[in-house]
Design a protein around this ligand. Structure first.
Ligand code: GTQ
Length: 355
């Protein structure tokens, strides 16, 4: 027995050494043996590198305000504290594919006009008088508004109010970088010239009507509406919750839609809002998209993977891909969510499972 085992070990060692010698000769030729890495490349199911994480607004806000004393929005170009997933230090990623940040703009400031191939979305957190301009039109951003900057569209932000304004930025930067397709450029002026009155896009495309002779493809695959006001979103969710019992997994969830084709609002990032009524607890579910969630209203608990977070308004929470998640509302809650789901759907990757 001992002899056989010894012989086997000996031959294993010999085999291993022989193989290693082969690998060592492959490496300088930029070749590698698939059989050594295949299991890692093709796991039976995804294992997200991103970890669950919560940024409590109460904790982050003082630091965000401190940045307001350190430099101007113009100096910074964009005065933003990047929300970095602990699993990706220095990579400007909240999930594997989504960048998130908290942007601050002080009264009278301008974040100068520029454009880039990454698409951006904003979820307004606090303050009055902030605006963003896209396509020659301004929109005033109020708390809870979902605001869109289509890819390659010039945009500048300002604050005409008397206090600080802050919002959550979500961009597809990691995705666009993965494809190595990032382009950017400045505008020839601090802010873009306005060619349409405020509210024009919402009137034309957001009133259950569409212009007879405008395809609405002003921004390619991105919705022509660039502000989905919270007032309307909230009203719809409250009314929908009255009309039907909550779904066991989704509670009452409505997604933001492009009025032109009913699809998602942007080509790379999906956005939706979940309303969980006080006392309701959702059953666990999981999906292949990593989610960045921002609390619009309410308090309760969010479980994601092995973590349970107590949430409060304006907190930002990362729910990693393929991690089980569930919500429990202690107060009527409105939870804004973004993910790369739309991109996954288009590529045929998206899956979900309900427990
Ligand atoms: O507002 O254009 O958080 O270009 C990061 C990059 C915001 C913006 C960010 C940006 C912007």
């Amino acid at each position: 027995m001992t002899q056989t085992a010894h012989a086997t070990n000996h031959s294993d060692d010999a085999t291993r050494a022989k193989r290693q010698d082969f690998y060592d000769r492959l490496a300088p030729k930029n070749l590698a043996p698939l059989w050594e890495v295949l299991k890692g490349l093709m796991p039976p199911e995804p294992t997200s590198k991103a970890v669950p994480h919560q940024w409590r607004y109460e904790e982050v806000r003082p630091l965000l305000m401190e940045s307001g004393d350190l430099l101007t929005a113009e100096e910074a170009e964009r005065r933003v504290l990047v929300l970095e997933n602990p699993a990706f230090p220095g990579e400007s990623r909240a999930t594997a594919t989504i960048y998130a940040g908290l942007q601050l703009i002080m009264p009278g400031e301008t974040a100068p006009a520029h454009r880039h191939t990454p698409s951006a979305l904003r979820f307004m957190l606090e303050g009055e008088g902030a605006f963003t301009a896209v396509g020659g039109e301004r929109t005033t951003m109020r708390a809870g508004d979902f605001v869109i900057t289509p890819n390659w569209a010039f945009h500048d932000h300002g604050n005409e109010g008397s206090g600080p304004c802050a919002w959550l930025d979500g961009l597809d930067i990691p995705m666009v970088r993965f494809f190595e397709t990032v382009f950017s450029e400045g505008y020839n002026d601090k802010s873009q010239s306005l060619t349409r009155p405020e509210g024009d896009a919402l009137a034309r495309f957001g009133s259950r009507m569409l212009p007879l002779d405008d395809s609405g493809r002003r921004y390619g695959q991105t919705t022509p509406i660039f502000n989905y006001p919270y007032e309307r979103t909230r009203e719809a969710l409250v009314a929908a919750a009255k009309g039907e019992a909550p779904d066991p997994h989704l509670a009452t969830t409505l997604r933001y839609a492009n009025p032109v084709d009913g699809g998602w609002t942007m080509p790379t990032m999906s956005a939706w809002m979940t309303h969980v009524e006080k006392g309701f607890e959702t059953k666990r579910m999981r999906s292949t998209d990593g989610i960045v969630l921002c609390v619009a209203e309410g308090r309760g608990q969010i479980t994601t993977g092995d973590k349970t977070f107590s949430y409060a308004p304006r907190d930002v929470i990362v729910l990693p891909a393929w991690a089980w998640r569930s919500f429990k509302a202690e107060e009527d809650s409105f939870l804004f969510c973004i993910s790369d789901r739309v991109a996954q759907e288009k590529l045929g990757f998206f899956r979900e499972e309900r427990g």
